[in-house]
Write a protein that binds this ligand. Structure first.
Ligand code: G6P
Length: 474
C-alpha cells in the first residue's frame, strides 16, 4: 500500500556552504521518528516545501531525494520548489499570521485582524501553494493510495486533491488547536467556508484532543450549516461524509531515553550541574512563540522571588527560548521582550554568587535533553497549544521526579491534568503560587506524579499515532 505524507516542513533540510556544497540535516520532531517505524514495508513518499536556499538547490538537483539519506530504509522526499514570493505570502502571511493566530486566539482585536486587498493577494498565494501540493500528490500517488496531509498550512489540499484524484483515500491532521466558531468567524466569510470545505475534502480529519475536534464540529455547524453527528463524529456536507477522529500524539519513551543517554547529553548535563549546584532547577523549553506565553511565565517567576524571599539563592530558572519564525516582526519583538524581562529579573534579584535566571536562545537539542534529566520543576504555560510535547518529554526523562506546572489550555492537559499543577495561563499570580507549591512538593510525591505523567505521555507514540490515522482510512 503506497502512503504519501504532505507537510510544509519536511523530514530533512539542506544547507549550503560558502563553497556551494550541500549538507543535509535530519529534520526534528516526533513525526519524523514516528514515521521511520511506519515507513518500513510501505512505499512512503513525503512531499514537503523547500524552505531554504539549500533545499531549493537540492530539490532542483534531485527532486525525489531518498528518505534513506536521513537514515531511513525506505521512501522518498519530494521537496517542492515553490516560487519564493508565493511561499513567503502563504507561509508567513496566511499560515503563520492568520490561521495560526485564529486557532491560538492571538489577535489584539481592537486593531487586528485587518482583512484588506493585501490580505486577498496573500490568500491567492496560499491557494497557489496548496495547489502545488495537490498537483504533486496527484502526480505521485498510485491508484487507491493513502494520503495524510498535515496541518493548517495545507488546509485546502484535501479538497483540491479529491477534485484531481477521487480514487485516493485522504486524511488531514491538525497539530494546532481549533478556534471556537465566534473566533473562527473573524475570517472573511468566504475564506472561513473555503478552509472548512478544504479539510472536509478528506475522508478523515484528525485532531489532537476532544476539545479541538468539538470546536471543528461547532464551526462546521455554525459556518457551513453542515449536518454534524456528535455521537458518530461525522460531518455531512455537499453530499460527502467526513469522519472526525482524535489521536493524541505521544512520545516514544525508549527512543527518547536512548537519545538522552548519549555522550553529548552527558557532557551538557555535567556543565549544567556545575552552574546550578545544589539549587532547585525550574525549567522551561519553548520555541520563542507568541502562544507559548513566555513573558507571563517569567513574570510569575518574578512574583515568586518577590513574595518568597526564602527561595533566593536556592533556586535557578533555566529558560530555553529557541528562535522561531524570525521573518515576522511580531516574533522578533516578542524575543526582545523575553530578553528584556530576563535581564530585569537578574538585575532586580541577582547577587554576586547567584544568577536567578539563565536564558538561552541558541537551539541545542542535546542541552534540552540534559536539562529535562535534571529539572525539579517544569513550566509549560501556553495561552493555547495543540498538544505540547515538552510537557510529555520532561516526565519521561526526569531522573529524580519533576513537578509539572501546566496550562489548562494545552491539549496535553486532557491527559496530564491529574498529576500536574494546573494553571490559568493568564493568571500570573496563580502561576507564581503553583511554582511555590511545586518547589515545596516532597520528592516522594514528585516521583509518584512523574511516573504517572510518563505513563500517560507514552500511551500513543508517534508510530502508533500515525498507524491510527492510516487505519482510519481503511
Ligand atoms: C507547530 C506546527 C508545525 C510547525 C511547528 C514549527 O508545531 O503545528 O506544523 O512545523 O510549529 O513551526 P515552523 O513554522 O518553524 O515550521
Amino acid at each position: 500500500m503506497q502512503v504519501l505524507v504532505a507537510s510544509n516542513r519536511g523530514p530533512v533540510s539542506f544547507s549550503l556552504s560558502e563553497e556551494g556544497a550541500l549538507s543535509m540535516r535530519r529534520g526534528g520532531g516526533g513525526l519524523v521518528s514516528g514515521l521511520a517505524s511506519v515507513a518500513a514495508g510501505t512505499d512512503l513518499v513525503w512531499v514537503c516545501a523547500a524552505l531554504s536556499e539549500g533545499d531549493r538547490l537540492a530539490a532542483r538537483q534531485d527532486p525525489y531525494g531518498r528518505l534513506d539519506r536521513a537514515g531511513h530504509e525506505t521512501g522518498a522526499v519530494r521537496m517542492l520548489d515553490i516560487p519564493e514570493k508565493t511561499f513567503h505570502r502563504a507561509y508567513n502571511s496566511i499560515a503563520n499570521s492568520t490561521l495560526w493566530f485564529v486557532h491560538h486566539l492571538l489577535y489584539d482585536t481592537p486593531n487586528e485582524p485587518h482583512f484588506d486587498s493585501t490580505f486577498r493577494r496573500d490568500w491567492q498565494s496560499y491557494e497557489a501553494y496548496n495547489s502545488a501540493f495537490a498537483d504533486a500528490l496527484a502526480q505521485d500517488a498510485e491508484r487507491g493510495a493513502k494520503v495524510v496531509v498535515q496541518d493548517y498550512h495545507l488546509a485546502l489540499v484535501p479538497r483540491m486533491l479529491r477534485e484531481r484524484r477521487p480514487d485516493l483515500r485522504v486524511a488531514h491532521f491538525s497539530h494546532t488547536p481549533w478556534a471556537p466558531p465566534e473566533y473562527f468567524r473573524l475570517l472573511p466569510d468566504d475564506i472561513a467556508v473555503e478552509v472548512l470545505e478544504g479539510i472536509l475534502g478528506s475522508d478523515h480529519a484528525g485532531f489532537l484532543c476532544d476539545r479541538w475536534a468539538e470546536a471543528f464540529l461547532d464551526c462546521c455547524e455554525s459556518v457551513l450549516d453542515a449536518k454534524v453527528d456528535r455521537f458518530a463524529r461525522t460531518v455531512r456536507h455537499r453530499g460527502r461524509t467526513t469522519r472526525i477522529g482524535v489521536h493524541s500524539l505521544g512520545v516514544d519513551g525508549a527512543d527518547l531515553r536512548e537519545r538522552a543517554a548519549r555522550d553529548d547529553v552527558a557532557e551538557r548535563r555535567a556543565a549544567l550541574l556545575e552552574q546550578i549546584g545544589d539549587r532547585q532547577l525550574i525549567l522551561r523549553i519553548d520555541r520563542t512563540e507568541l502562544s507559548k506565553n513566555i513573558v507571563r511565565g517569567l513574570a510569575a517567576y518574578w512574583e515568586l522571588l518577590l513574595h518568597h524571599r526564602e527561595w533566593h539563592g536556592r533556586v535557578v530558572h533555566v529558560a530555553f527560548a529557541y528562535p522561531s519564525r524570525t521573518d515576522l516582526p511580531r516574533y522578533r519583538d516578542y524575543t526582545a521582550a523575553v530578553e528584556r524581562l530576563a535581564s530585569e529579573i537578574n538585575d532586580e534579584f541577582g547577587t554576586e554568587d547567584w544568577t536567578p535566571l539563565i536564558l538561552q536562545v541558541k537551539d541545542d537539542y542535546a542541552r534540552s535533553l540534559a536539562a529535562f534529566r535534571l529539572a525539579d520543576v517544569l513550566v509549560v504555560n501556553p495561552i493555547r497549544d495543540g498538544m505540547n510535547l515538552v510537557a510529555k518529554e520532561g516526565p519521561i526523562l526526569s531522573e529524580k521526579g519533576c513537578a509539572l506546572v501546566l496550562s489548562r489550555e494545552a491539549g496535553a492537559a486532557g491527559e496530564l491534568a491529574d498529576d500536574a499543577l494546573m494553571v490559568n495561563p493568564y493568571d500570573v499570580s496563580q502561576t507564581a503560587a503553583k511554582l511555590n507549591q511545586a518547589l515545596l512538593m516532597s520528592s516522594e510525591e514528585r516521583r509518584r506524579r512523574t511516573a504517572a505523567l510518563a505513563d500517560a505521555a507514552t500511551a500513543l507514540p508517534p508510530g502508533a499515532w500515525f498507524a491510527e490515522q492510516l487505519a482510519a482510512l481503511d
